[in-house]
Ligand binder design. Structure first.
Ligand SMILES: Cc1ncc(COP(=O)(O)O)c(C=O)c1O
Length: 382
């Protein structure tokens, strides 16, 4: 049977490997507290669920790729309140089915694999979908390392002229998965200026902008000039709605127009009842504040433990993750395996990219009670 050689060459998706490792430990009768995948386990706000139910009608047709005007209005209003930015709902916003599919497919919209724009840059360690999307679009993938010494921002000075000129898109993701770092607006300004100078697109994956602890992080949508810039956001983490699949892309109207041309072919607009629930979700901040507070309590508990154990946590500014340095020069995989033997599942940094070696990612998704139990276990074994 023919199978795409690109698919054949892919290694197992890192979280499938993690789930397999956890299943092996569970099979031995050990309870596993899962700090692995960043899938929030909090209940979705009842008002959002109610809107979904009310959105069901006798017949629901195909959703249009441009989405409901009410949803685009709600997104524009939210971005205005949150980032003080003005977005035209008709020309600068398009809803997406969560953000993963849109991120994966974006290379198909901008890459010219046989021409001059054949390269997709993304940061390492990072969300694996930027690279996979690039490979399936026959683009040249370019991993740009995130170093602790540079605040987990990519070193833009290290990129040469030839690479800039071949770049179709540069993916950035702040607040960052997995390093929990944030980027100042000046970083977006610098990258957007380079994008205009060299003719590539800045794609800013902003899935975690709402999970912060001290100061709300910046967005590429705050740029005074958004030429060549597009941001992707989602309700998955903000509103604990991973299963609903609802997000958006916003930015340069030329890019949004390209997405409007591309997306009807793929058929990836959220179902109408999901869009109706999303209008309620973008319109409410109360549930988001509660979510932040809950992550904040879990974070404080884990940070306290790591501090007592002398484990450095250089990544802790925002997101639902802590990015901790592996003690005693052990490999990140060996350290994670050691903890898994005691029933605590975390992600080895190396699973998230070569530059992730030396760190582990702790996703603060178990319940507060499970976090307390995990702290007791870690207190014993670390
Ligand atoms: C960095 C990053 N971007 C995007 C996503 C995609 O989220 P969704 O497709 O649920 O919107 C995730 C999910 O874990 C993520 O970690």
């Amino acid at each position: 049977m023919p199978v795409s050689p690109i698919l054949d060459r892919q290694t197992t998706y890192p979280f499938v490997r993690l789930a397999e490792a956890a299943a092996r430990v569970r099979a031995r009768g050990i309870e596993v507290i899962d700090f692995g995948t960043g899938d929030p386990r909090e209940p979705t706000d009842p008002r959002i669920r109610q809107a979904l139910v009310e959105g069901l009608r006798d017949r629901i047709g195909y959703p249009a790729a441009v989405g409901l005007p009410e949803l685009r209005d709600a997104i524009a209003a939210w971005a205005g309140r949150r980032f003080g930015t003005s977005l035209d709902p008709d020309t600068e916003i398009i809803p997406t089915l969560g953000s993963k599919e849109a991120i994966f497919a974006f290379a198909l919209v901008v890459v010219d694999a046989d021409g001059a724009r054949d390269t997709v840059a993304y940061t390492d360690p990072g969300y694996p979908v930027y690279e996979r999307g690039a490979l399936f679009a026959h683009a040249r993938p370019l991993a740009v390392p995130l170093q602790e010494s540079n605040g987990f921002l990519p070193d833009l000075e290290a990129i040469d002229e030839e690479t800039w000129s071949r770049l179709a898109v540069f993916w950035v993701n702040y607040p960052n998965n997995p390093t929990a770092a944030t980027a100042p607006l000046s970083f977006y300004e610098q990258l957007a200026a380079l994008a205009r100078e060299h003719g590539f697109v800045v794609a800013s994956d902003e899935a975690y902008t709402e999970l912060w602890f001290e100061e709300p992080p910046a967005s590429a949508l705050q740029l005074a000039d958004r030429t060549n810039v597009v941001a992707f956001n989602t309700l998955s983490k903000r509103s604990s709605m991973t299963g609903y699949r609802s997000g958006f892309a916003a930015g340069d109207p030329t890019l949004i127009q390209a997405l409007k041309a591309f997306r009807p072919t793929v058929g990836t607009a959220p179902q109408e009842f999901v869009q109706r629930a999303s209008v309620v979700a973008w319109g409410d901040e109360e549930h988001v504040e509660e979510t932040r507070a809950r992550y904040g309590r879990k974070r404080a508990r884990l940070l306290d433990l790591f501090e007592r154990k002398g484990i450095r946590v250089p990544g802790r500014e925002a997101t639902m993750y802590l990015w901790a340095a592996v003690p005693d020069g052990a490999s990140s995989e060996a350290f994670a395996e050691h903890l898994l033997e005691h029933g605590v599942l975390i992600t080895p940094g190396s699973y998230l990219g070569a530059a992730g070696e030396g760190y582990v990612r702790v996703a603060l998704v178990p319940s507060e009670e499970e976090c307390a139990r995990a702290v007791q276990i870690l207190d014993r074994v670390l």
